[in-house]
Design a protein around this ligand. Structure first.
Ligand code: BDR
Ligand code: CA
Length: 317
């Protein structure tokens, strides 16, 4: 089985990514660590539990992590995913926060990686605060991982949150900087422009949500706010290349789940801009190798969309 640790700020696309992994029996999620981002840390924990419940997988442990960025800033993506991060359709039967583990997220990440050295792939679909704290507490943590898969950053200075920065990096630039500089395991990055180029057609979305299952009905309910707001005609114009919907976090998940999903990568050293009037949080690619960094990241370029569609469909079966 593929062993995964998943770090989320459980908004709607994080939920889609989690459901994708839960649907594949050969993938084992050892734990889900929560972090601030799309919404408050409490909502993120609750949303994660709701997703696990919808999939009948409440036995997977959920851990609470950082509630703010390294510098103490909190954010939210209410416009995109609704105030609670999950479409603003509260569930009176949502599992209570007492189901969250007593152990903190960063301690759990380090423990789980230590228990399975070289076997665990970490999928990070959120601001990288927990990952930055983990490497500061245990500098050998990255070496214990098989690989790290990140949804975040950008390659053409096209932001979705500030002019030049993508949400997960913009929300905690210092954490992104620490991770891109100190994680020496193989690092795969699904950046904003990349995920936008691989949008799924709306017709696929209709078929996806029309499946006759509890999971599909759950997704249709939590996804409605995003479809109504974030994908208005105006918003679509801003989303790099073409019309369709983007399940951003699912690309990083698919890459971690299936080695044959990614068909082409660029290998390049990367870092993050921490200053700048317009560019704070922007991912910087050192294509000229002027920074003399030993470690290069794999930037996803081309993927097998047939495989992606199958994984997406199965997520809601
Ligand atoms: C990323 O930001 C979040 O709002 C999404 O969940 C995704 O991880 C896209 O920029
Ligand atoms: Ca996310």
């Amino acid at each position: 089985a593929k062993k995964l640790l998943v770090d989320v700020d459980c908004g709607v696309d994080d939920a889609q990514a989690i459901m994708m992994a839960l649907a594949v029996p050969s993938v084992q999620i050892l734990g889900i660590t929560c972090v601030h981002g799309n919404t408050t840390i409490e909502n993120v924990c609750r949303n994660t539990l709701r997703v696990l419940k919808a999939c009948g997988k409440l036995e997977i442990p959920v851990f609470q992590g950082a509630s703010k960025s390294i510098l103490g800033v909190s954010s939210n993506a209410g416009f995109f995913f609704g105030d609670d991060g999950l479409g603003g359709v509260p569930d009176p039967n949502a599992p209570g926060l007492e189901m969250v583990q007593k152990e903190g997220a960063v301690a759990a990440m380090i423990r789980i990686a230590t228990e399975h050295p070289g076997e665990v792939s970490l999928v990070a679909t959120a601001p990288l605060t927990n990952l930055a704290l983990a490497v500061r507490i245990d500098p050998t943590f990255p070496q214990k991982l098989k690989a790290l898969y990140i949804m975040g950053g950008n390659t053409e200075s096209r932001g979705n949150t500030t002019v030049c920065a993508e949400f997960n990096f913009a929300t905690d630039p210092e954490a992104a900087h620490i991770v891109l500089n100190d994680y020496t395991c193989p690092v795969y990055i699904a950046c904003w422009e990349f995920v936008c180029r691989y949008k799924l057609p709306w017709q696929f979305c209709d078929e996806w949500l029309a499946q006759d299952s509890e999971k599909a009905r759950f997704m249709a309910k939590i996804f409605q706010h995003t479809m109504d707001n974030a994908y208005s005609e105006h918003a679509q114009k801003e989303m790099v290349a073409g019309v369709g919907f983007v399940s951003c976090d699912s690309y990083a998940m698919a890459a971690a789940m299936d080695d044959s999903f990614v068909t082409k990568c660029d290998q390049v050293a990367v870092t993050v801009e921490l200053g700048g009037n317009y560019t704070r949080g922007m991912m910087v690619l050192d294509t000229l190798e002027l920074l003399k960094k030993k470690h290069k990241a794999f930037i996803l370029k081309e993927v097998d969309m047939q495989k992606f569609k199958t994984l997406m469909m199965n997520a809601l079966k």
